[in-house]
Design a protein around this ligand. Structure first.
Ligand code: E4P
Length: 217
């Protein structure tokens, strides 16, 4: 499973990239707002750092507007994936932009039917939002499993990009189901390294080591 980082914070991307944890980046209008940066400037900086796909989201609500914005965003770098919402207009824009050979990430997906339509429209990535479904007492992970089954039934090439990830457990569950990519905030990716027994074991080793009076260097 590929790891994308869901952030527009350059320092966080750099830290994870140095460990080989960044296969791509996703941004959205809220993350751009949080960064306090100009969308083109910050996206260019991210694209210079990361070789994999960097999603930049359109904000028009009509297909023509999304297509124009998508073409403009694609000028930033070769590795831009244009993000469009899963509306009828977004599907139209997806078809036009993918026919032009561009990567398109169809976002705000909350049902298997929506994911089926995105695949038919040629989407490079479909972004089902797990956390926002869980927030409503629905099962976000079941949606990932349903989309996996449907795409496998028919050999769709669209990559399942599990989004709205809130916990380390979401990451391992996505990997078990077979999501192609999971995009998570930097804190969630770092939290995957945590285990209470690792901490406990390390404390015990350090206490015993201190009793030996030795040093390695
Ligand atoms: C995905 O591309 C979105 O940017 C993101 O995962 C949304 O996550 P949220 O529901 O935590 O805002």
């Amino acid at each position: 499973m590929k790891f994308f980082v869901d952030t527009a914070e350059i320092d966080a991307i750099k830290e994870l990239h140095a460990l080989g944890m960044v296969d791509g980046v996703t941004t959205n209008p809220s993350l751009i707002m949080k960064s306090g940066r100009d969308i083109k400037d910050v996206t260019k900086e991210i694209c210079d750092l990361v070789d994999g796909p960097v999603s930049a989201e359109t904000v028009a609500l009509d297909a023509e507007g999304m297509i124009a914005e998508g073409r403009e965003l694609a000028k930033i770098a070769e590795n831009i994936a244009i993000k469009v919402p899963l509306t009828w207009a977004g599907l139209k824009a997806c078809k036009v932009l993918t026919d032009e050979g561009r990567m398109v990430n169809v976002t705000l997906c909350f049902s298997a039917n929506q994911a089926l339509l995105a695949a038919k429209a040629g989407a490079t990535f479909i972004s089902p939002f797990i956390g926002r479904l869980d927030d409503l007492n629905l099962d976000g992970m079941e949606l990932i499993a349903d989309i996996r089954e449907i795409y496998d039934n028919y050999g769709f090439q669209t990559n399942i990009l599990a989004a709205s990830i809130r916990s380390a457990n979401h990451m391992s569950d996505c990997a078990k189901i077979g999501a192609d990519v999971a995009t998570a905030p930097p804190a969630v990716i770092k939290a995957m390294a945590n285990h209470v027994l690792t901490d406990k074991g390390l404390d015990a080793f350090m206490a015993d080591w201190a009793k030996t009076g030795q040093s390695i260097l």
